[in-house]
Write a protein that binds this ligand. Structure first.
Ligand code: HEM
Length: 287
């Protein structure tokens, strides 16, 4: 564009001195972000059993008050019912979620990565604001916002009916949870990967036969595998959960008196293997 036309259209000209710093600036920012993500905090984020015993005394269960916001996630609702997350479930900040996740045993790296994605993905964009404002994360996310269907929330959950049968994702379904508990091993009373796989597959086949509009695509194979890990290794321990703890978290959304969070985050390799194994267990099931 020549100078004359530029002046006529009033188009600002990119200052070459500014433009040449944009790319190195962005690169430096990316390198710094990766460095801080990998480096992580110096202090321990989990609690010992003794520390948890003191902590939970200060966080007793209270049923959600009228108008409180709740999510489709049993863990987040349970932590809100104990005031570890805000009891109202409203305007929950990045730091609130980060504390809850790392307290439950998630590593700094996986918590930061997951929460950064969530805080961008769930940010509502304001059409009256300039496009550059789209690139800032949400300042907070209330728990009910996580119920947006087919984002993180999906059909074929372990504790909720599909959206076409029960649009209110905050309500756990007692028949579902009781039938999962009934699958527990008769001797140990534990639910493991095999039972979760059988349960999911049964629900999946029923959905194929009776519903025309459910969705459980490729993305949700991974989500389902992760939720199996969260259930069996974060709410349960060592890839299994007792039927009583399962009922407490999934149905009552209350921390069992004899429960402890993980003392040390699981190694990334263990997480990978267990999620993979959870995904496969649905396909291997004979139900
Ligand atoms: C260590 C921390 C966490 C644990 C142990 C956990 C546990 C679980 C479990 C077991 C489920 C499956 C429930 C079911 O199938 O009925 C689930 C679902 C869900 N979680 Fe979490 N969760 C954690 C953190 C989070 C966080 C940080 C978010 C978002 C900010 C989140 C959002 C969700 C959502 C939206 C669902 C619903 C998926 C569905 O439709 O079934 N969770 N979570």
């Amino acid at each position: 564009m020549n100078e004359k036309v530029r002046q006529e259209t009033n188009e600002p000209r990119n200052s070459p001195s500014k433009a040449k710093w944009i790319l190195p600036g962005l690169l430096a920012l990316a390198v710094l972000s990766i460095y801080y993500l990998i480096k992580g905090p110096t202090k321990r984020l989990t609690m010992t059993h003794a520390e948890w015993d003191e902590f939970i005394k200060l966080h007793p269960y209270e049923a959600p008050s009228l108008g409180a916001s709740r999510s489709p996630c049993p863990f987040l609702n349970t932590f809100a019912n104990h005031g570890i997350l805000p009891r109202t479930g409203r305007n929950v900040t990045y730091d609130d979620y980060y504390r809850a996740l790392t307290l439950a045993g998630a590593s700094h790296q996986s918590s930061s990565l997951f929460l950064h994605t969530v805080f961008y993905a769930y940010k509502e964009i304001d059409p009256t604001q300039p496009i550059k404002s789209d690139w800032t994360p949400a300042t907070s996310i209330s728990l009910h916002q996580l119920g947006q269907h087919n984002m993180l929330e999906h059909d074929l959950s372990l504790s909720r009916l599909d959206v076409s049968k029960q649009p209110d994702f905050t309500i756990p379904n007692s028949d579902l949870v009781l039938s999962l508990m009934a699958m527990a091993d008769q001797t140990s009373n534990m639910v493991g990967e095999e039972q979760v796989g059988d349960f999911r597959r049964k629900k999946w086949i029923e959905a194929i036969e009776t519903q025309s509009n459910y969705h459980f695509g490729l993305l949700y194979q991974f989500t389902g595998g992760f939720e199996c890990l969260l259930l069996l290794d974060f709410l349960g321990h060592d890839h299994q959960i007792s039927a009583n703890h399962l009922e407490s978290f999934l149905l009552k959304e209350r921390i069992p008196d004899d429960w402890y969070p993980m003392e040390k985050p699981l190694p990334a390799w263990t997480i990978y293997k267990r999620v993979k194994s959870c995904i496969k267990s649905v396909r291997k099931s004979n139900t």
